[in-house]
Design a protein around this ligand. Structure first.
Ligand code: ADE
Length: 240
């Protein structure tokens, strides 16, 4: 199978070294499950000052990212058949696990447009298939947002995570949050591992875990709990 390709347009390409060496993602990149290619629009400027931003038309504070270096850098990127171009912006659709699943399954290349401090010249938006926000807060640039998405997509790619079941039992994919986990020792600082988990009764353990998942979701994420209830009912209707 061909590896999944990530291309990032960023004025701070070095920030991605935070993810290229370490852990599951570093290993997946080293194994060739995915490739990460960084492109700095500054390298595609044609003036002596390597200017990537300029003052806003109409006046006002802050600078605006110029379209030319970004378009030129973008045109330099190879195009895979199932490519998707994502612009990182707090104005985009808020990211959810279903998006990561969709991109991991339907695409073979993700291109990220990251801003720094400044806004994008509006014409840069025409390059994007989707605008994505990682949450209702403002970061200094799109790099952490792009790294979040790359991380979330890579871990869904075949071979990136060891045990297959660690993906199957997963929180958001079936809408409930995870149950509590324990490992040795059985008692720590007066806190004991629930007896049922040490009983060896797999039926009882599964029941306890499911109850905890429901209880946790209801308490912490009533919005997810409601969706789960609705989903559960529609699956029951399908099976009738
Ligand atoms: N750039 C700045 N803030 C952002 C956010 N919340 N999501 C995506 N890109 C961003």
């Amino acid at each position: 199978m061909n590896s999944y390709r990530f291309d990032v347009l960023s004025l701070l390409p070095k920030s991605f070294s935070a993810m290229t060496e370490l852990g599951v993602i570093g290993r997946a990149l080293n194994k060739g499950i995915a490739e990460l290619h960084l492109h700095n629009p500054r390298d595609f400027t044609k003036d002596n000052y390597h200017k990537v931003d300029d003052e806003p038309y109409g006046g006002g504070a802050g600078m605006v990212l110029k379209p030319e270096p970004i378009f030129t850098a973008f045109e330099n990127i190879p195009t895979y058949k199932r490519r998707k171009v994502l612009m990182m912006t707090p104005q985009g659709n808020v990211l959810a696990q279903k998006d990561l699943l969709r991109w991991s399954e339907n695409n073979d290349q993700l291109v990220f447009l990251c801003g720094q401090y400044e806004g994008f010249d509006e014409r840069i938006r025409t390059l994007a298939d989707e605008e994505v926000s990682v949450g209702d807060f403002v970061l200094t640039g799109g790099e952490l947002a792009a790294m979040t998405i790359i991380n979330g997509v890579i871990r869904l790619l075949p071979g990136a995570i060891g045990a297959a079941e660690s993906l199957i039992e997963e929180s958001f994919s079936d809408l409930l949050l995870e149950h509590p986990h324990y490992t040795r020792p059985a008692e720590f600082c007066g806190m004991r591992v629930p007896q049922v988990l040490r009983s060896g009764d797999h039926g009882e353990i599964a029941k306890w875990r499911q109850e905890k998942r429901i209880e946790r979701t209801k308490k912490r994420r009533p919005d997810l709990y409601r969706r789960w209830i609705e989903n559960d009912q529609s699956t029951e209707e399908e099976n009738d």
